[in-house]
Design a protein. Structure first.
Length: 242
């Protein structure tokens, strides 16, 4: 219980810092909307930020697809290698074997796997909308007669704007990468470590035994819940290729 409370407090602090950045950055923009009598944009923006926070807690706290009968410890490592499902991998940070392992994300302090990968992608989409919307804070720049006064009055806003711009680029890159991986039914681990994975290192460099076409891959990624017996798909595709 103590570890769980510490984990929740840490998540809350991360969300609080992100919300503070958004509020300070977008306050001039939201204030102008209020002065114009436009309450729709502030309400929509606040809803997007709230949804982003809720999704953050969702992907952070939910089970990514732990293989409970192969819980990871240093003593049963050999047992894990013999019994872990295909496309699963042992995460040293979480100390569990994760189904369809993608990566361990330090930002959410959790693995991204078979059960929460779609929610992680949705979180990236909403997060990109939120941080991109925050870039409109440039409308809150205060003009001054000299550049020294201008910089002094706008330095915090410029700093927050630069941080938000960097966040936007990073989130956009991650979003594009994971959309591509979902469309070809691959994972970050498989894409980066192909030559070291037993079931992939014998395949051609462009061959993916789990790829069933973009439409089927995306439909399965977004709409199908539960675990998948990837061993059956792998055997069927590899035997069909022969």
């Amino acid at each position: 219980q103590r570890l769980f409370k510490t984990y929740i407090v840490r998540l809350f602090k991360q969300c609080k810092s992100l919300l503070s950045l958004f509020i300070n950055l977008t306050h001039p923009y939201l204030r102008k909307c209020q002065e114009r009598g436009d309450l729709v944009q502030p309400v929509v923006f606040s809803s997007v930020v709230l949804l982003s926070v809720l999704l953050y807690f969702t992907v952070s706290l939910m089970d990514p697809g732990f293989v409970l009968d192969a819980a990871a410890t240093a003593l049963n490592w050999y047992f894990i290698n013999l019994n872990q499902p295909m496309r699963a991998r042992h995460c040293k940070t979480c100390e569990h074997c994760v189904r369809r392992f993608d990566h361990h994300c330090p930002w959410i302090d959790n693995c991204v796997g078979e059960r929460n990968h779609k929610w992680f992608l949705l979180y990236l989409c909403v997060q990109f909308v939120a941080v991109s919307w925050g870039l409109q804070a440039s409308s809150g720049v205060v003009f001054a007669p000299t550049w020294q006064q201008w910089f002094s009055q706008n330095r915090f806003l410029l700093g927050a704007f630069a941080v938000t711009a960097v966040f936007s680029v990073v989130v956009l890159l991650l979003l594009c990468i994971h959309l591509f991986l979902a469309s070809v039914n691959s994972t970050t681990w498989e894409f980066m470590s192909r030559q070291r994975i037993v079931y992939l290192k014998h395949c051609d460099s462009e061959e993916n035994p789990f790829d069933r076409g973009v439409f089927c891959n995306l439909w399965h990624f977004c709409c199908v819940c539960g675990t998948v017996a990837w061993e059956r798909i792998y055997v069927r595709r590899t035997n069909g290729a022969k």
